[in-house]
Design a binder for this molecule. Structure first.
Ligand code: UN1
Length: 514
């Protein structure tokens, strides 16, 4: 094993130590003896320095032509492509998901780099006719300023890339606080941006805790936008902290995503989908298929098939190509999962698979929970309602399609949903009626692509979307522009040319009596 590296913050284009002189360790959740690196345990002084740098860099970055900003993102995309394998391996080591998935995570960042790079030549606004002669009207996107990001560990590069590429192409500058479990992936991303030629201060990384780094970032009045992905409870705190200053805030929070399996579904396909949706990323996705709402006619068969497949999943170190599911990200996440297993049992759910910590030789030094399936769940059980963020899924039997929709919607969250059916009418009805921001037919609830909006309804979000073009709305402010070249002061709504709607047109006619 190579010598343990100490990583620094990235502020104003320089790699610098924290003012605290403290560090924290980042260990591999599949084997905690594997120390990945030491990272700066920063505080508000480092945040201030980073916001200083970002505010200064904003003055010139906002004026760089969009296509030039785009060129840098294209270079970023190419660099990430070259380093994909190396960055994926670092990511598997730091957060545990299997290599196939961490390659996908880096790929998602690559896709964002090229998508937003292209936006550099578009960033479309609107041009419209004016209601008055010799007057021009349009709306353009303007950058907002310094953006503060608080990003999660489950998609350690993809989610920072969703936010950063959109913010940067619009002409904003960034200070990011990565999750303490996955600082290396964000540092790798910053290195790629640096190599791509991003000017100093445009993108800054400060590692450390939520209270000592996250909160000061949120509270700095110069930070104009906060974008956060994480739990609903932390999102609520952030929302409240941003409210007094009317700071723009984009929140992407929890999910409890249902797959509906109808009696006419291709069951093999539905089982494949459920296994991938529930246990991909060890269930640690906001989009994880944590509720399987299954028609009674096929529930027994489906439960047997899912349980059998769950039991057969190979769990272990994600760097091993044979492994299908990695560990929970850390000890406390594993404890939460095990607590929920106990809650489910107490509530009377039947344990069809898993429900325990794996302790064999291959698992002795990591945070591994066996893929867990609860059967015969009531929709109101806590395990059917609350986000667990681990390899646990609950099968909820229903009597009809209508009941399936009702159960699916009877939840505080609204991120993703899916239906397995061969019936096009049911598929379209579900598409219309499920209250989620993402919807899938005959595939599970995970796997959104970068060029469509990502986000959810109800307590999953606060009305924004990221990725896709919708992501630009978080990081730009509309400016409506009117240019009058008539040489007169023409009054909108008042000096309307005669004969046009809104112009005085004589007395209204009285309706005729019958
Ligand atoms: C998340 O779980 O926070 O759609 C993001 C998906 C991934 C992104 C998940 N592309 O499952």
């Amino acid at each position: 094993m190579t010598k343990t590296e100490t990583y620094r913050n990235y502020i104003g284009g320089r790699w610098v130590a924290s003012a605290t002189r403290r560090r924290f360790e980042n260990r591999n959740p599949a084997d905690t003896r594997d120390l990945i690196g030491r990272f700066q345990d920063s505080d508000e002084r480092d945040v201030k320095a980073a916001v200083d740098a970002a505010a200064e860099a904003y003055k010139s970055w906002r004026l760089v032509p969009g296509p030039q900003r785009g060129e840098i993102l294209y270079r970023l995309g190419r660099i990430l492509t070259e380093r994909k394998e190396e960055f994926a391996r670092d990511m598997t080591r730091e957060m545990g998901k299997v290599l196939k998935e961490t390659r996908g995570d880096v790929q998602e960042a690559i896709d964002m780099a090229f998508l937003m790079g292209g936006e550099g030549r578009r960033l479309h606004g609107a041009t419209t006719p004016s209601e008055l002669p010799n007057k021009f009207a349009m709306a353009v996107r303007s950058p907002i300023g310094v953006c503060g990001f608080i990003t999660p560990w489950n998609f350690p590069m993809a989610i920072p890339a969703w936010k950063s590429t959109a913010a940067l192409i619009c002409g904003n500058t960034v200070v990011i606080k990565p999750a303490t479990d996955t600082p290396l992936s964000v540092i790798n991303f910053a290195k790629a941006l640096e190599e791509a030629g991003l000017p100093p201060g445009v993108f800054n990384v400060v590692t450390g805790s939520g209270s000592r780094v996250g909160m000061p970032l949120i509270k700095d009045p110069r930070v104009r936008v906060i974008s956060f992905t994480g739990s609903t409870s932390v999102g609520k705190t952030i929302n409240q902290a941003c409210a007094p200053d009317f700071k723009h805030v984009h929140l992407e929070m929890g999910g409890k995503n249902p797959i509906i399996v109808m009696d006419d579904a291709n069951l093999e396909l539905a089982v494949d989908g459920a296994i991938w949706g529930a246990f991909g990323t060890s269930g640690q996705r906001c989009t994880a298929s944590s509720r399987l709402i299954v028609h009674k006619k096929v529930a027994k068969k489906f439960t047997e098939m899912v349980a059998e497949r769950a039991k057969a999943l190979k769990v272990g170190d994600g760097l091993d190509p044979r492994v299908e599911m990695g560990p929970s990200v850390n000890e406390s996440q594993m404890e939460t999962v095990l607590e929920y297993v106990a809650i489910g049992r107490n509530e009377g759910a039947t344990l069809a698979a898993g429900g325990y910590r794996l302790k064999g030789k291959a698992h002795a030094n990591g945070w591994f929970v066996a893929p867990t399936v609860f059967a015969d769940c009531h929709p109101k059980m806590r395990t059917s309602q609350e986000e667990i963020f681990g390899p646990v899924t609950s099968i909820i039997p229903v009597r009809s399609f209508d009941e399936a929709i009702e159960v699916a919607n009877d939840i505080d969250y609204g991120l993703s949903s899916s239906i397995f059916t061969q019936d096009v009418n049911r598929a379209f009805t579900a598409m219309r009626d499920l209250e989620t921001g993402l919807f899938y037919v005959n595939i599970p609830t995970i796997g959104a692509e970068t060029h469509l909006p990502f986000g959810g309804n109800k307590q999953t979000g606060n009305g924004h979307r990221e990725a896709g073009l919708a992501g630009l709305d978080v990081f730009s402010e509309w400016k409506s522009i009117y240019v009058d070249f008539s040489g007169k002061i023409q009054k909108a709504q008042i000096d309307v040319p005669a004969g046009q709607a809104g112009a005085p047109a004589g007395r209204p006619r009285k309706p005729r009596k019958r």
